[in-house]
Design a protein around this ligand. Structure first.
Ligand code: V47
Length: 365
């Protein structure tokens, strides 16, 4: 291709996106592969500021990870253990309730519950878990379970997906996190997590949740064996579902972290690649309200930079309650940020930290 012609093409696609027009998968490939980093940052920032002004959203949250015993052996996972293996844990309902009670009066507005797909736990166990957390923290929102956990627990209960989700919603599950999406391309999925629930299942769970009025997030695990075409395909499938339902709040690109798992040999992509991925997510997903740079995964420095590449949300205070990322070598071993830390991080990047609840209502204290 003639280089001048291709530069003009890139400028044209960048202008189109900056003016709020939807770009095609082919146009996304051109930008992703060829546009200078600074141009991607500029376009993503225009879109991000048109949508969310100078706000950087965060919440006061903590995680409960009930178990790391899991039926599925995903090759990228550093966290999973077999029952009885050193480092395995499996919290009972009383322990979960005690954990939730320890946050009473702390001002948290969200409890994020995600763990392994434990073979012995049924839907009623999870419904009771939610009821107990909700009783301990009635003013906090329970955002719980990946689509993979939900497909498994509803499947074994004999209920339909919608019936199972309704039962959990009635127990107090008000939102669903974005995990388990990995990469939707079926060939890549077979290579990195052959045993895990399928792409179709993931999309069906989110569609059913949206049908019940339960908002959800979406993730993409990138930077391993996939290529840019696979990432665009992933974003395209999400954009199409969002066109139909409008039920997604945030998209969260998750950088593959390589320590302590079977895919160590893939290494990790550069920070430049992270910023390109964040910017392209903001540009492509024109129907997603928020792009989240999940700080425990990126670490604080990359998160600061991410705010100039389309991200308007950094997740929350976390309070050192998640192990999934630190066990894979990401960020801090004990991830926690105070509200003051978050405010400083946003200000250094030229933005303004705004506390939100799970549904992106601003929290006034
Ligand atoms: O699906 C596992 C990822 C996800 C590794 O919705 C890894 O607000 C990188 O979904 N390197 C679960 N990533 C976490 C998740 C999430 C996180 C933060 C916020 C929200 C939200 C959702 O963690 C899994 C998988 O893609 N993961 N191992 C690893 N080695």
């Amino acid at each position: 291709m003639h280089p001048e012609r291709s530069n003009a093409d890139i400028e044209r696609i960048a202008d189109k996106a900056a003016q709020g027009h939807r770009i095609s998968p082919g146009e996304a490939a051109e930008l992703w592969e060829r546009a200078p980093l600074a141009l991607l940052g500029k376009v993503a920032t225009v879109i991000r500021e048109n949508r969310n002004g100078d706000k950087v959203y965060y919440n006061r949250n903590f995680h409960i990870e009930p178990t790391n015993i899991c039926l599925f052996r995903c090759r990228f996972c550093s966290y999973r253990r077999e029952e009885g293996e050193e480092g395995a844990w499996n919290m009972g309902l009383d322990e979960i309730e005690r954990t939730a009670c320890s946050y009473a009066g702390s001002g948290v507005t969200e409890v994020h519950i995600v763990g392994g797909v434990h073979p012995d736990h049924d839907l009623e166990f999870y419904a009771e878990m939610i009821r107990r957390v909700k009783t301990a923290l009635p003013r906090a929102t329970v955002k719980a379970f990946t689509a993979i956990e939900l497909a498994y627990m509803t499947g074994r209960s004999g209920l339909s997906l919608t019936e199972g989700l309704r039962l959990l919603r009635d127990a107090g599950m008000e939102a669903i996190p974005g995990g388990g999406a990995e990469i939707f391309d079926e060939d890549v999925r077979r290579r990195i997590c052959p045993e895990k629930g399928s792409t179709l299942q993931w999309l069906e769970v989110h569609e059913a949740a949206h049908g019940l009025g339960i908002p959800t997030n979406a993730t993409m695990l990138y930077g391993h064996v996939e290529n840019i075409g696979h990432r665009i395909d992933h974003l395209e499938r999400l954009r199409r579902l969002q066109d139909r339902t409008g039920g997604f709040n945030a998209f969260i690109p998750l950088k593959f972290r390589s320590r302590g798992n079977d895919m160590e040999g893939c290494g990790e992509v550069s920070i430049t690649e992270d910023l390109r991925t964040l910017a392209m997510s903001r540009i492509y997903l024109d129907n997603f309200p928020h792009i989240k740079a999940y700080w425990p995964m990126y670490g604080k420095t990359t998160t600061e930079l991410a705010l100039s590449f389309g991200a308007d949300d950094i997740d929350g205070t976390i309070d050192d309650t998640t192990k999934i990322y630190s066990m894979a070598g990401a960020g801090d071993i004990n991830p926690a940020m105070t509200v003051g830390d978050i405010e400083k991080l946003a200000a250094v990047a030229g933005y303004r930290a705004v506390e939100r609840d799970t549904f992106y209502n601003e929290v006034v204290r």
